[in-house]
Design a protein around this ligand. Structure first.
Ligand code: FEO
Length: 398
């Protein structure tokens, strides 16, 4: 087994999961996912940073032993308690019974709740405290709600390396390499957007707080080691920039159209809108049939692009169910700053305009256009669809 030394005294000991179909049993993993764990070998003491999901202990221990052999681990730092990172804690406690677990007050409560870990194993630290490993010092930075209340980051001062928890992570297993300097990471970019928007998207203001805190602290960062995906060195600034933009809900040029359609009439309006947007010069238009596209990808594109247009037929006096699910996911993630418009259709009685407007009010986001069509597209519907596309285009260009 190759030993991956990321930077003097910091090693990778995570695992790849290529079997699980859906992360959190919700979000598709076509390229797998990695559960990243790291070892910091100080001149006097050894620290393990986070663990891996339960069921991967065999490979996890092989990785650890390849790095430290039979030496004991002094500290286990828990940056995040979600079970994809904490699932290996019981096995670690069994193998290294004298290990001390480092975390904050919230970590302690969750450790007891999830794994019945006694307080005697635990060292509670506060924001900005440090622990010495000899020639390496670990500084702990509290970053609550990126993604859970206990989340924190750990900084290795001497080598300017940050263990960032879920922040700056992405879906996609590691295919041989670990650091972005040793492999092509271009294909991970879409998975950064999808990971952020699906998993962390609701917590934009907390991501902003964490970014501001790090920026104000003046610490320099050369390496970001997150809990999922590659270690960022070469692309560090770019990846931080993506998280910064997404957490401010700042979109790129482009429009996402999400629609539901039973018999093709509402779909025809979606196509007309896309056609007009293209005519106006919009080059990126992502169209999702909500019955076919996975919610994960619709959320990702909605976060990524400036324009968002959603269409639905009236279905049993509600929105079409997959469209409703999408709207709930937008409301849950408190999405903002979109050039937002809606279109709807009905046969004898309509609710789409009212339902969509309720969502735009709940999301506190202006709706720049809304149209409704009875039965099937006619000349008036064609005209309204073109006008709706124009309104979204004008709003995006403001
Ligand atoms: Fe990868 Fe929030 O856990």
């Amino acid at each position: 087994m190759r030993i991956h030394e990321i930077k003097d005294s910091v090693f990778y000991c995570g695992v790849n999961d290529r079997t699980t179909e859906k992360f959190e049993n919700l979000w598709p993993l076509p390229y797998g996912v990695s559960y990243n764990s790291y070892i910091v070998k100080g001149s006097e003491k050894i620290a393990l940073i986070d663990t891996v999901e339960a069921g991967n202990e065999n490979l996890f221990f092989k990785g650890i032993r390849s790095i430290i052999g039979g030496r004991k681990i002094d500290y286990l730092v828990i940056n995040h308690m979600e079970p994809d990172h904490s699932g290996g804690i019981p096995a670690i406690l069994k193998e290294y019974p004298e290990i001390k677990i480092i975390g904050n007050r919230q970590t302690k409560i969750m450790l007891a709740g999830f794994y019945s870990v006694p307080d005697s194993c635990f060292i509670e630290i506060k924001d900005n405290e440090t622990i010495s490993l000899g020639d390496r010092n670990l500084r702990f930075i509290m970053t609550p709600m990126v993604h859970w209340p206990e989340t924190m980051m750990t900084y290795v001062e001497e080598i300017k390396l940050l263990f960032s928890g879920d922040a700056f992570g992405c879906f996609g297993a590691l295919n041989g390499g670990v650091t972005d300097t040793e492999m092509d990471t271009s294909w991970y970019t879409d998975e950064i957007y999808r990971y952020y928007s699906n998993i962390v998207g609701k917590y934009g203001k907390f991501v902003q707080s964490a970014l501001n805190k790090i920026s104000k602290s003046g610490i320099e960062i050369d390496y970001i080691c997150s809990t999922h995906g590659p270690v960022w060195h070469e692309r560090l600034k770019e990846v931080v920039g993506i998280y910064d933009r997404l957490s401010r809900y700042e979109g790129e040029d482009g429009v996402t159209i999400v629609y539901g359609s039973m018999y093709g009439n509402t779909k025809e309006i979606a196509e007309l809108i896309a056609d007009r947007l293209s005519e106006r010069g919009v080059r990126i238009i992502k169209i999702h049939d909500s019955s076919k596209s996975d919610l994960s990808y619709m959320i990702s594109d909605a976060f990524r692009y400036k324009g968002l247009i959603v269409g639905s037929p009236t279905y049993s006096m509600h929105l079409f169910p997959p469209v409703e699910e999408f709207m709930v996911s937008m409301e849950t993630r408190e999405i903002k700053n979109k050039s937002l418009a809606f279109f709807g259709s009905y046969t004898w009685s309509s609710v789409t305009t009212d339902k969509f407007k309720e969502y735009s009010q709940k999301m506190n986001m202006e709706c720049v256009g809304c149209m409704e069509m009875k039965h099937s597209p006619n000349d008036e519907a064609y005209k309204n669809a073109r006008e709706l596309a124009d309104k979204v285009y004008d709003a995006m260009k403001k």
